[in-house]
Write a new protein. Structure first.
Length: 318
């Protein structure tokens, strides 16, 4: 029983599961009251529905609270936790966080009982442990050196004749040396278009100058919202949920000297739904927007249908 038993956290995955569950309850009570018409005096009925227990009362307020608990429980099991597992462990990994400890953290956050940490601490723990576990899982698959990076790229070069090269700042004595070699190698291929996808290294100014309106990037929001310095990865989606917007999305844009300030090529909206977590929203934006508009933008550019005039993108609608 989540209300009477203090959960035990024996491992890092246990702590992460509990902290993630608890962190998802930020702003939940006002939402239940204002948007779902749940009377918070009947929070115990909400928890009964949330945890799949029988015993909801007979009056309308008790039924409303219980049914809302049931709905959120289903979202947790069918959407939240699978999304978190993909984000942390990878697309095809059989590993999973603990649903029981996720629920324990969630119930503790809702009721204020049996809390092993504050909400603020839970958010910090969840973020730190998720990033640590994700990094370890990636290293197990790809390694952290140049050779492993090249092997990974080679495996994903599905078309014959595509050369895969890994150039990492870690392999250079200074950023200036990296920038110089990076641009030199890029120029050696005489490329027409540079496509950035998850590229978090600062682009050298000389490269932007040489490849003006020939470098494109994908950003997981509808620029100019939730973009610029500090907005990357899950931080974008955390910002979206914290602000309470109803629509987010992705933007494909040309790269200039600023951060997410280049001319916008394409945008696609994605609905933010009740119960979405940063991890779930990240996945939705990728699948529904990023993976659609980036290839489309490349196709438009490859076919000569994109031009830039006075900082604005013009698409030939033929």
């Amino acid at each position: 029983n989540y209300l009477t038993n203090m959960p035990s956290l024996r491992s890092r995955i246990d702590s992460m599961s509990y902290a993630i569950g608890m962190s998802q309850t930020q702003g939940l009570l006002p939402y239940l009251k204002e948007k779902c018409n749940v009377d918070l005096d009947y929070l115990s009925d909400f928890v009964l529905g949330l945890t799949g227990q029988d015993g909801a009362g007979n009056n309308d307020k008790q039924k409303t609270a219980y049914n809302m608990g049931n709905q959120i429980s289903e979202q947790i099991s069918t959407s939240m936790i699978p999304g978190i597992n993909k984000e942390v462990f990878g697309e095809n990994s059989p590993k999973t966080i603990s649903q029981d400890l996720f629920m324990a953290g969630f119930v503790s956050g809702v009721t204020g009982k049996n809390q092993l940490m504050t909400l603020e601490k839970a958010q910090s723990v969840a973020h730190i442990l998720m990033e640590a576990v994700k990094t370890e899982e990636m290293l197990k698959i790809y390694g952290d050196n140049k050779r492993s990076g090249e092997q990974f790229l080679a495996v994903n070069a599905k078309k014959a004749g595509i050369k895969a090269v890994c150039i990492s700042p870690k392999n250079y004595e200074s950023r200036a040396a990296f920038n110089e070699d990076f641009l030199k190698q890029l120029n050696s291929y005489h490329v027409d278009l540079v496509v950035l996808a998850g590229f978090l290294v600062v682009i050298p100014p000389e490269m932007i100058k040489q490849y003006r309106n020939r470098i494109i990037n994908i950003h997981p929001s509808l620029i100019p919202s939730f973009c610029g310095t500090g907005y990357y990865g899950l931080k974008v989606h955390e910002g979206v949920l914290a602000r309470g917007v109803k629509v987010t999305g992705a933007t494909c844009h040309f790269v200039d000297e600023g951060t997410d300030t280049g001319p916008i090529i394409l945008q696609k909206a994605v609905e933010v739904k009740q119960g979405d977590t940063p991890e779930v929203l990240q996945r939705k934006v990728m699948e529904q927007a990023e993976w659609k508009i980036m290839p489309h933008a490349i196709n438009l550019i490859a076919n000569g249908r994109v031009s830039v005039e006075d900082g604005h993108v013009i698409i030939d609608e033929k």
